[in-house]
Every structure is written in structure tokens, then in C-alpha cells.
Design a protein. Structure first.
Length: 128
């Protein structure tokens, strides 16, 4: 949609709340074009995404998030959802930092998935 001021406006929602958007007559008439972003699948694009994400991690060594074992693990436990996958990577990285590691290991991901509390480093950081 473009206003008379030529300002582009976009509206986004996750699929589970799409019905809320459709219930508003004005919104549904103004925003007719819908672009669905699919969940991640095992692909080179997903490996590239993970490689790029890994480049932001504060470790001296590579964690190889783009290797097949980790790709499949992240898709399984993140459900292909970008937010869930990024959250798992972030939590696993904090667990790795907490143990003083030079990279994120698969055990850090398992801990991130199973832990009922955030990593101690996150709690210490919040208290500072």
C-alpha cells in the first residue's frame, strides 16, 4: 500500500494470527497481496543462514552450525521457525560462554533445549 505521501506501508503477521488481519475489513481490502514465508527446510539457503548467524557469535573457533548434524537438529527442535532456531542458537551460545568454551558444541544445544532456567551467565548479566 502507498499513501498519497508515497510512503510504503507493510503489514506482517504469523500464519496463526492471519485470521485477525482478515477480520478487519479495511485492512483486508488495503493489503490484498499476501506473501507467505515458508518454514526453513534442509537446504543450502538454510546452511547459509546458519553460517551467517554463526559469524555473529563471540567465539574464536567455528561451531559449524551448517554441518548436516546441526542442520537436522535445529530443524527438528526449532520446527523450521526462524525465531525458535535463533533462540536455540542464542541460548546454546550462552551455555557455551558460561562453561568458557571456544565454540558452541552440540551438548550446549541439548542443554539449551532441556534447561528449565536460563544459563547462569544470562542471570549474572541481568543482575549487573
Amino acid at each position: 500500500m502507498s499513501t498519497r505521501l508515497k510512503i510504503n506501508i507493510a503489514f506482517a503477521t504469523v500464519e496463526k494470527y492471519e485470521h485477525v488481519f482478515d477480520m478487519d475489513d479495511q485492512l483486508s481490502k488495503r493489503f490484498k497481496r499476501k506473501i507467505k514465508i515458508p518454514l526453513w527446510e534442509e537446504s543450502q539457503d538454510f546452511r547459509d543462514f546458519l553460517s551467517g548467524l554463526e559469524s555473529y557469535l563471540p567465539f574464536p573457533a567455528r561451531s559449524y552450525l551448517d554441518r548436516q548434524e546441526m542442520v537436522r537438529w535445529l530443524l527438528l527442535h526449532g520446527g523450521g521457525n526462524t525465531d525458535a532456531i535463533v533462540t536455540l542458537v542464542r541460548l546454546a551460545a550462552m551455555w557455551a560462554l558460561d562453561r568458557g568454551a571456544g565454540f558452541v558444541a552440540k551438548d550446549d544445544f541439548e542443554t539449551a533445549r532441556e534447561a528449565s532456567l536460563p544459563p547462569p551467565i544470562a542471570i549474572r548479566g541481568a543482575a549487573a
